[in-house]
Write a protein that binds this ligand. Structure first.
Ligand SMILES: [Zn+2]
Ligand SMILES: [Zn+2]
Length: 441
């Protein structure tokens, strides 16, 4: 950037009104600077790193010295589902996408359970996620899959990000939700309670396994929930099918759904983000959808949003059509008619009778059958007899009603278009006169 600075030189060498341009050193954000031995630590977001790497590592070491009791294992799995649903049914489908509405007790439960997944507050999470949907795969996508699997999985969490690249989103609705504001304000305390204290108290008070509760249902369970959520940003943009749209990276896959409580039908989700379902088929694994549906029966969840099946089928069909068109374009369908030279009937005749070309006119198009004569299934003589003539009627049932394959093959032999259309011999035969070329033109 050029900065205009006042001349600091003396009046003798420079008039007082004159200015000089000077290049100021542009300060690059750390994320845009190279990794060096001196600066690597400045690239790391240490708070996030401690929550997603250091704490789980401590948990792994502690697990070596903590026997795993069956009750604690069952509790850890149950609590995994609880906090996982806090993210999928709460942070994601309720707050980020407003796929349904929830009564206060449910909102409170999801806010506290979601905090136990150690993925920052609803407000922060939803703002990033809305940016991800709005700027999918671009520089403003906070976890763009275009930056690689590792980046979209965890890299964006543990590395410092340039705030200039932040994609802005409207979260005014969240700012009007007292539960969201309360959770954001007291996030650190709620996290401490629901990520570690509550699972420890539960196992400790009920069956005396205080350490097991903290290590397995607290720390390691939290690690698994974090990794599962990260898979939505990495795996769901990398593995699977794209039945609705292939312009961006989101994909559908059962495996991703399995590890993410049903968030794996991500291609559908990016197309229909405000639908409370990720999986639309009854047999697809989407426990978050089943939970929301069950909660709607109790009245705690209501106003569940669904896209009309008509819109979903249209999206699927358009993508199928696109794929068909792509496959169609890879095949040789013959030179398009508008790219062929226009040839006079007399020239066509001359080329065959005097120059020895093996051309046949069918449907106003001239075909070079020289190399095909020997392979003609109906024999050489029939096809040879049509050389230099209009064989439209012959080809279309006069002698034999040729198959679709024959039509396709014929199209690959196109070499020209007859001026005026065609010289249809059956019309000539019936009327006894040549076709009035002016009528065709
Ligand atoms: Zn996505
Ligand atoms: Zn989403």
């Amino acid at each position: 950037m050029k900065a205009i600075v006042a001349c600091a030189q003396t009046a003798q060498s420079c008039p007082p009104t004159q200015t000089h341009t000077q290049t100021s050193p542009q300060k690059l954000h750390i994320s845009e600077q190279p990794f060096t031995i001196r600066s690597w630590h400045r690239h790391v977001n240490w708070l996030n790193t401690s929550l997603v790497i250091t704490v789980p590592l401590i948990g792994c070491i502690a697990a070596l010295y903590t026997p795993l009791q069956t009750s604690t294992l069952v509790w850890a799995v149950l609590y995994y589902f609880c906090t996982g649903f806090g993210i999928t049914a709460g942070y994601h489908r309720l707050w980020s996408h407003r796929c349904y509405s929830a009564k206060l007790p449910l909102r409170l439960f999801l806010a506290v359970a979601g905090a136990g997944a150690m993925q920052n507050s609803i407000r922060w999470w939803s703002s990033k996620h809305r940016a991800h949907h709005r700027w999918t795969d671009t520089r403003k996508d906070p976890y763009s899959a275009q930056k690689g699997f590792n980046y979209s999985h965890m890299g964006w969490v543990v590395m410092e990000q340039n705030p200039k690249n932040k994609g802005r989103t409207d979260i005014s609705d969240l700012d009007n939700d007292p539960v969201v504001i309360w959770q954001h304000k007291y996030y650190a305390w709620i996290l401490l309670f629901s990520a570690w204290l509550f699972p420890m108290l539960f196992a400790g008070l009920l069956w005396g396994d205080w350490w097991g509760g903290l290590v397995y249902a607290g720390i390691l369970r939290g690690f698994v929930v974090q990794q599962a959520t990260f898979c939505v940003n990495s795996l769901a943009h990398w593995l699977g099918e794209q039945p609705f749209d292939d312009r961006n990276t989101p994909r559908d896959h059962f495996l991703t759904a399995l590890v993410t409580l049903g968030e794996g039908y991500h291609n559908f989700h990016h197309e229909f983000p405000s639908d409370y379902r990720n999986a639309i088929q009854w047999f697809q694994y989407d426990p978050t959808k089943w939970l929301i549906f069950a909660l709607s029966k109790t009245g705690l969840a209501y106003d569940l949003k669904k896209f009309r099946n008509n819109e979903i089928q249209k999206g699927r069909l358009q993508q199928q059509q696109k794929m068909l068109d792509k496959r169609h374009s890879r095949l040789d369908w013959g030179t398009p008619l508008d790219q062929l030279p226009i040839i006079h009937w007399d020239d066509f005749r001359t080329m065959c009778t005097k120059n020895g070309a093996a051309l046949v006119a069918i449907g106003g198009v001239i075909h070079d059958v020289a190399e095909f004569i020997a392979h003609h299934p109906g024999g050489k003589s029939l096809i040879s007899s049509a050389v230099g003539k209009d064989a439209t009627a012959l080809f279309h049932g006069g002698v034999y009603e040729h198959s679709k394959v024959a039509h396709n093959l014929l199209a690959t032999m196109r070499v020209g278009v007859l001026r005026g259309g065609q010289e249809v011999e059956c019309w000539k035969r019936d009327s006894g006169v040549g076709l009035d070329m002016e009528i065709l033109e």
